[in-house]
Design a protein around this ligand. Structure first.
Ligand SMILES: *[C@@H]1O[C@H](CO)[C@@H](O)[C@H](O)[C@H]1NC(C)=O
Ligand SMILES: *[C@@H]1O[C@H](CO)[C@@H](O)[C@H](O)[C@H]1NC(C)=O
Ligand SMILES: *[C@@H]1O[C@H](CO)[C@@H](O)[C@H](O)[C@H]1NC(C)=O
Length: 306
């Protein structure tokens, strides 16, 4: 029984959040297509660079957003800590030991590394390098992760003296009785992202791509860019607070009362996830614009030095 449960959970972890990542990238793509096609063309060309070296499941701009999860399966673990920032929720004020991940090597670090490689003044805009191709995919992925509340925190109390690893040690019971870990529940957008097991499986078929595109346009329409005029679009440290606040105000309080199915909770969780996809997509687009514009400025400077 225990083994069976473990299999169920690991399946959830690996498969379902792909959809959230692809949606974030697709929203960014559609935003760029309308506003900065030059930036989209540049970013997409960097995505393509890596295609011959991957498994054929991340060849498009949207699918490439899941690449950072794919590489875990090939034994590439050095970027595992780049997917989250474990800012602690510690309501009882316990003495806790913050590790290196929390302080230094985290999702904020990942974004800063990517920006640093992509804007490097020694490699011209049209010069493609293997790390530029990788770091572009890091941006596509990690900005999505940052907008999943349980990638922005870890909860501590006497029951979790070493932290709950972003909800991975807590369980929720779904409507059909299945227990899943809280982290997976949120990775799956409270199951808004997987109406069934054959939903948007990579490599995406033509009709899946059309479905993803239409869904992203619906989300863009529902959560319009202008609504987020007052949000920080440049600072990844600030971005991690959206999810952190949602975790404090919503994700954990429900679990504290009951860990079993609650329709209102699921509905609100799905709404948070959907809006976070929009915000994450817009921030991804803006980050790509900022990087591209910085590259242009760098090149102009170089030109004037000669
Ligand atoms: C319960 O629902 C989840 C989420 O939709 C699904 O993945 C799981 O297979 C279901 N379990 C059973 C026993 O039907
Ligand atoms: C899975 O869900 C998608 C989207 O809701 C739907 O179009 C498709 O027909 C479903 N597939 C199956 C096998 O139920
Ligand atoms: C720790 O928090 C969890 C989740 O809110 C709760 O179920 C548990 O009772 C808490 N433990 C203690 C010792 O307060």
């Amino acid at each position: 029984m225990k083994v069976l449960l473990f299999i169920t959970i690991s399946y959830v972890v690996q498969c379902w959040w792909d959809v959230g990542h692809m949606m974030t990238a697709q929203i960014a793509k559609n935003y760029l297509k309308d506003n900065r096609p030059d930036v989209l063309a540049w970013a997409d060309s960097l995505v393509q660079d890596l295609n011959p070296l991957t498994d054929g499941k991340s060849n498009t701009f949207a699918e490439a957003a899941a690449w950072m999860d794919d590489i875990k399966e090939t034994g590439t673990s050095f970027m595992n800590d780049w997917h989250y920032t474990d800012r602690p929720i510690n309501p009882d004020g316990l003495l806790i030991k913050l590790d290196d991940q929390t302080r230094n090597i985290n999702s904020i670090y990942a974004i800063n590394q990517a920006v640093s490689v992509l804007t490097n003044t020694k490699t011209a805009k049209n010069r493609h390098t293997v790390f530029k191709a990788q770091m572009l995919r890091v941006l596509l992925h990690v900005i999505g992760d940052m907008h999943q509340p349980l990638h922005d925190t870890t909860f501590w109390n006497a029951s979790y003296p070493n932290g709950d690893q972003g909800g991975n040690f807590m369980k929720v019971q779904l409507e059909n009785g299945t227990l899943v870990n809280l982290h997976s529940f949120w990775d799956a957008g409270a199951f808004a992202f997987n109406p069934n097991n054959s939903f948007l499986v990579r490599p995406l078929s033509q009709s899946d791509q059309e479905y993803l595109n239409k869904w992203s346009l619906d989300v863009i329409k529902k959560y319009q860019f202008t609504k987020y005029n007052n949000l920080d679009m440049t600072n990844p440290t600030v971005w991690t607070y959206v999810g952190y606040r949602q975790a404090i105000q919503f994700v954990y309080p429900m679990i504290a009362n009951s860990n079993s199915y609650n329709k209102d909770y699921v509905q609100q969780a799905q709404q948070f996830c959907e809006e976070n996809l929009a915000i994450g997509g817009y921030r991804l687009a803006q980050k790509l614009i900022d990087i591209f514009d910085q590259i242009i400025i760098n090149e102009a400077k170089l030109q004037s030095e000669y």
